[in-house]
Ligand binder design. Structure first.
Ligand SMILES: Cc1cc2nc3c(=O)[nH]c(=O)nc-3n(C[C@H](O)[C@H](O)[C@H](O)COP(=O)(O)OP(=O)(O)OC[C@H]3O[C@@H](n4cnc5c(N)ncnc54)[C@H](O)[C@@H]3O)c2cc1C
Length: 399
């Protein structure tokens, strides 16, 4: 069974202006922060998670019901060993929660054979022996009758790939972290932090908290909290949509795969099967999105309304590639990418703070599948000062 947990408030009212001292404070209990709290609590540390909104919420990078999980990583083959650990840690979460998070629907990739996405995924698969199944063009139509691919496209299925629900994951990690002893306070925005006299001090508008170590997982708000980050981050507004398909069973989970298609003119589109609303709260319908660098925005003032232009490229895509899905949109949501300069993640200790401050940010629209391994890495870096997991290419010294 998939997790059916729903969001809850974990706020406890601080009784004094100065709270107890913690081993570690996690600022931002969203995707990465909730997993960090879980790993830290599991290891027995006294951990405090402070979240500006609720866990989860719709203002940051984790709204929208589903996130692709895949291993033949076209972005950079160095991610593959981290993905192997992420897959293990998804299973660990499932075992501890006796619940299903990862749904291995398979992902169908389609695009011109020499497109960098197609060549990148084949390269990663070859380097790390990841099974991929090439679907001959003559068979693509009969095997996947709901898709229409141009005759010069290559079609590839990655079977051990699929999706997870970001909301269900964050709820599970944060609720179980609390069960394991963590304190997680929602509606607690950090205004300032500093390292002084051998300890960390963070302040909300009403309370000062202290700890030995600090982890900042503030997503789109990272630049506000770390103005001296030695590189820049760009926040973009991204739109996801749900189509009101007539034949829901044909597109249902179990019968229809996740997919990622490279249109030669408009770029990358991706989507998911129709999910049962009992297990995946939110809009029902065929979800799809355009993975393009959306318009730059400020997380505090991002335009959450949906304009006709947001639907244009999606309409064009559906008409050409999945015509059976129709053209009636049922719902839209906007969400934020936090892009690093090279689109690779940033996971490191911040220089100049006596190894007390660890940051994870810049997940550039492809970070969620790594949540369980990033949580582990953050717990390692913050409390041991090092990790055995291969994050050399994600360190700050590359800038
Ligand atoms: C539309 C869309 C589609 C995506 N699709 C995929 C996909 O298919 N596969 C995939 O792997 N990834 C995908 N991603 C990327 C993935 O969702 C993100 O990389 C990931 O959610 C980033 O996690 P985060 O912890 O950095 O940010 P968040 O989850 O937003 O967490 C940051 C948290 O910090 C809190 N915070 C900020 N400032 C403060 C403060 N001052 N005090 C206290 N708390 C604070 C915020 O409220 C927030 O809860 C997608 C992203 C989007 C937007």
């Amino acid at each position: 069974m998939t997790s059916q947990l729903i969001g809850v408030e974990h706020r406890k009212t601080a009784t004094s202006k100065t709270a107890p001292h913690y081993d570690v404070i996690v600022v931002g209990v969203g995707s990465m922060g909730s997993a960090a709290c879980w790993f830290l609590a599991k290891r027995g540390y006294k951990v405090l998670g402070l979240e500006k909104f609720t866990t989860p919420h719709e203002q940051g990078s984790h709204t929208g019901q589903s996130r692709l999980v895949r291993k033949s990583y076209f972005e950079h083959p160095d991610y593959v060993p981290l993905l192997a650990r992420a897959y293990q840690n998804w299973r660990l979460l499932e075992a501890e929660m006796t619940s299903t998070f990862y749904q291995p629907t398979g992902i169908l990739y389609a695009g011109k054979p020499d497109h960098e996405t197609m060549s990148g995924l084949k390269q990663s698969a070859a380097m790390y022996q990841i099974p991929l199944k090439k679907i001959p063009p003559s068979e693509a139509g009969s095997q996947y009758p709901l898709f229409r691919f141009p005759s010069d496209f290559e079609v590839i299925l990655e079977a051990d790939a699929g999706f997870v629900s970001p909301e269900n994951t964050i709820i599970a990690y944060s609720q179980d972290a609390i069960k394991k002893g963590a304190t997680i306070l929602t509606n607690s925005a950090i205004d300032t932090w500093k390292v002084e006299a051998g300890r960390v001090e963070v302040k909300t508008d009403s309370t000062t908290y202290t700890s030995d170590k600090l982890i900042i997982t503030a997503g789109a708000w990272t630049s506000q909290l770390i103005p001296a980050l030695p590189t820049s981050l760009t926040v973009t507004r991204q739109v996801v949509a749900w189509l009101d398909v007539e034949d829901q069973t044909a597109f249902a989970l179990g019968d229809f795969p996740c997919w990622l298609v490279e249109d030669p003119e408009l770029g990358t589109f991706y989507g998911f099967p129709v999910l049962p609303s009992s297990e995946y709260p939110g809009p029902t319908g065929l979800k799809l999105a355009h993975h393009f660098p959306g318009e730059k925005t400020n997380p505090d003032f991002a335009d959450r309304s949906i304009q006709e232009k947001d639907a244009e490229a999606l309409r064009h895509f559906v008409k050409n590639y999945i015509p059976a899905a129709g053209h009636t949109f049922r719902a839209f949501k906007s969400c934020l990418y936090t892009n690093s300069v090279d689109r690779n993640f940033i996971i490191d200790q911040l220089p100049g703070y006596d190894n007390r401050v660890t940051v994870a940010c810049g997940f550039s629209g492809h970070g969620f599948k790594f949540v369980p391994v990033v949580g582990e890495i953050l717990a390692d870096l913050a409390m041991k000062g090092r990790t055995d997991l291969p994050i050399h290419f994600l360190r700050l010294n590359r800038f």
